[in-house]
Ligand binder design. Structure first.
Ligand code: PGA
Length: 241
């Protein structure tokens, strides 16, 4: 695990965007794995700025998002589909047909999960996966203390995740209790991974991630088994290392 500490959130966002930009320079048709949540918002802002300046091109890029809430229509402001449109896709030249986000409204979730996996394989696998980390150590919605699911699957959200995400909803009751998420193997098959974290609130979990062993109550710890992981954090998130 390669840990890179930068000064603050702004530096974190610029560094992550720079790594994505380099990836696209080498390989303009890269498959990017994308994340939602507060952490990557700044990175997406920098990518939009780079696009406006003509310094990055998403024309041939293919994207796969990590997860989506179950039961929220695409038009719902809290859906991750909406999040991605607002925070990135509406502002860059990514091809509509190249965007993949798990479908939270389906008659057949089993098939939906299988299709998502086979779409990733057909695209040649994920070249660069961006991850956040939950306070509970989750990646995507792979929650602690449940058996790891290898592939895209339906999850029941952890109480801590529901608490953490209620800030985006009117009340805690409105937070969906289930989601569709890439599995641990889906994530681990990515050729490169950048896990990002910012702020004092993530200092405990980052310290556990970096110092502790691989264990099921800290799903992100599985990344120790991956050969090409950058843990990109700011000084506040690194303060307990
Ligand atoms: P955050 O979420 O970026 O909003 O902290 C990270 C996560 O839950 O994976």
């Amino acid at each position: 695990m390669n840990v890179i500490v930068v000064k603050d959130y702004e530096a974190l966002s610029k560094t992550a965007a720079g790594l994505i930009q380099s990836q696209l320079m080498w390989s303009p048709d890269s498959v990017l794995g994308l994340a939602t949540g507060s952490t990557p918002v700044g990175t997406y802002k920098v990518l939009i700025d780079l696009f406006k300046k003509g310094e990055i091109n998403f024309e041939d890029v293919v994207t796969f998002n990590l997860d989506e809430y179950l039961g929220l229509e695409k038009s719902n402001e809290q859906s991750y589909y909406h999040f991605m449109r607002e925070n990135l896709f509406n502002h860059v030249n990514v091809n509509e047909d190249h965007i993949h986000i798990p479908n939270g409204i389906s008659d057949d979730f089993e098939q939906e999960c299988l299709n998502y996996e086979s779409d990733i394989v057909k695209a040649g696998g994920i070249d660069l996966q961006i991850l956040g980390i939950g306070h509970n150590g989750h990646i995507g919605f792979n929650e602690p203390n449940v058996e790891f699911e290898a592939k895209t699957h339906i999850v029941s959200l952890d109480e801590e995740t529901i608490e953490a995400n209620k800030r985006f909803f009117d009340s805690v009751e409105d937070v969906p209790k289930k989601a569709i998420s890439m599995g641990i193997k889906t994530i681990m098959r990515s050729k490169k991974i950048i896990l990002m974290a910012s702020g004092q609130g993530k200092a405990d979990i980052i310290s556990k991630l970096v110092k502790d062993d691989i264990r099921p109550n800290l799903p992100a710890s599985v990344l120790h088994l991956h050969e090409n992981v950058i843990v990109l954090i700011d000084e506040a998130a690194a303060s307990k290392l």
